[in-house]
Design a protein around this ligand. Structure first.
Ligand SMILES: Cc1ncc(COP(=O)(O)O)c(C=O)c1O
Length: 454
């Protein structure tokens, strides 16, 4: 083996390596870029081609690449203590410091405790288990079900996958967990009800209430939702929707879990997506931006209502019987402390809001010019360009249609790394993005549509 040999790497990429969410057969034909280095908002592949990273890795490199502060923090921590566990009998300083830091930055949401994992799927799994145990400790053991939204994405462990609101993520792995139910999400561009955002929010809120009543509130543990749906296609709910979710959860005594795996730490233009809607959830799931993707880490935060259940002497055991070898890994926690400081010190949430607004306006201008663009939407630096065969009917390009890939490949050829999810171009760059970067990307996108007229 010679992993420094480019031809060897290209040849062997699919031989022993299983790639997430891809058909291995298709990968033999469509070879992915092999990314070798990153600096700021740019990445470079093994052939020396440089790209603006419009994906931010996978919605995660909030602080940008090559940040000395994070690299030094990780190196120092590895030199001092590479690993120690939080299991009975020990703990470590970076995990203690990070739990304090997270409750400080999420004090406005009332968060008081953190449980650590390694990625978004862990954050969701922890949230679901915390919600079930909470109700047992509260003396209501029948409250075990979960409600989530169509188009919602909550990772691919069995619990989170069962909460996902899209069949494509689940069908190969059925049967799923019992007790999970999905309801309509307020998707303004694609819904059978109305074009009025606030009316749509109300209709979806009422559908949710009907589902809760049908299931019986006394059997429901929690509602889990993303403040802005990401992998489902960057679906931004109307402003009244999240406040309505909070009201409904209070009315029926159901916990509200905000899956902030993408929106947490600045991406949607406020430090947390829930904060952007003025809502305080009971449980928050964080990953991705928590460490800016430098090392694997997630956190599940809980408010005092939830945390206090473990403080009392209940009939059920109050042992928190959950966690992983690497929960609170000192190197990951040290990286996160440095990454969060960058987000705060450089006010990257505000930058995401300002540059994201500018990006959205520029993309709307592009929509005027190219009829394959059916919709443009986003909040902060999470945006989507949805491609359709016909604007009037909104007929989407399907998985077998080559057109969306032709657009993203034209972008890649011209130095912009952009991802497609079926018929959507997904934009989620580092939060250090500037208006000049936006201009560069929009020009490349424009040229891609001109070269591929529809
Ligand atoms: C909202 C949301 N929840 C959970 C996850 C799962 O995260 P991971 O892939 O790190 O397990 C993702 C991943 O994109 C996500 O977007």
């Amino acid at each position: 083996m010679n992993s420094n040999n480019n031809a060897w790497l290209k040849e062997h990429n699919t031989v022993h390596l299983m790639h997430p969410m891809q058909d291995p057969k298709a990968l033999h034909e469509n070879r992915p870029l092999i990314i070798q280095s990153g600096k700021g908002v740019h990445i470079t592949d093994i052939d020396g081609r440089r790209f603006i990273d419009c994906q931010g890795g996978l919605w995660c490199v909030n602080a940008g690449y090559g940040r000395r502060e994070i690299i030094d923090a990780v190196t120092r921590q590895m030199e001092e203590l590479a690993y120690y566990s939080l299991f009975p009998g020990s703990t470590n300083a970076p995990a203690i410091a990070l739990s304090q830091k997270l409750t400080e930055v999420a004090a406005e949401e009332g968060m008081v405790k953190a449980s650590f994992g390694l990625g978004g799927s862990d954050a969701v799994e922890s949230a679901l288990k915390i919600a079930r145990q909470y109700w047992k400790l509260e003396g209501q053991p029948d409250k075990v079900k979960f409600i989530s939204l169509y188009n919602g994405y909550h990772g691919l462990n069995f619990g989170g996958m069962s909460a996902c609101g899209g069949n494509a993520w689940k069908s190969s792995y059925e049967p799923l967990m019992p007790g999970f139910f999905q309801v309509e999400s307020p998707h303004l561009y694609r819904n059978p009800f109305t074009n009025d955002p606030e009316e749509l929010a109300e209709i979806c809120a009422q559908i949710l209430e009907r589902q809760i009543e049908m299931q019986a509130p006394g059997t429901i543990a929690a509602l889990i939702a993303e403040p802005v749906q990401g992998a489902g296609g960057v679906i931004v709910p109307p402003a009244s929707y999240w406040p309505r979710l909070r009201q409904i959860c209070d009315k029926y005594d159901i916990l509200l879990i905000a899956d902030e795996v993408i929106t947490g730490l600045g991406r949607s233009g406020s430090l947390f997506g829930s904060r952007g809607w003025g809502v305080k959830p009971d449980i928050m799931c964080l990953a991705k931006g928590i460490s800016s993707g430098y090392v694997p880490l997630s956190a599940t935060l809980v408010n005092s209502r939830v945390a206090q259940a473990w403080e009392r002497d209940a009939g059920f055991t109050s042992v928190y019987m959950h966690g992983y070898t690497y929960s609170g890994h000192p190197v990951s926690c040290a990286a996160a402390l440095a990454a969060i400081d960058i987000v705060l010190d450089e006010n990257l949430a505000e930058n995401a809001r300002v540059v994201g607004d500018y990006f959205l306006q520029k993309l709307l201008t592009l929509k005027e010019k190219h009829r394959a663009i059916g919709d443009v939407r986003g909040k902060g630096l999470m945006l989507a360009v949805e491609l359709v065969k016909d604007r009037a009917t909104k007929e989407p390009f399907g998985p077998a249609d080559a057109y969306p890939l032709a657009i993203s490949e034209a972008c890649v050829s011209n130095g912009v790394m952009i991802r497609t999810i079926v018929n959507k171009l997904i934009i989620s760059p580092p939060l250090t993005f500037t208006k000049e970067h936006v201009d560069e990307v929009v020009e490349v996108l424009d040229r891609a549509f001109v070269a591929n007229p529809w």
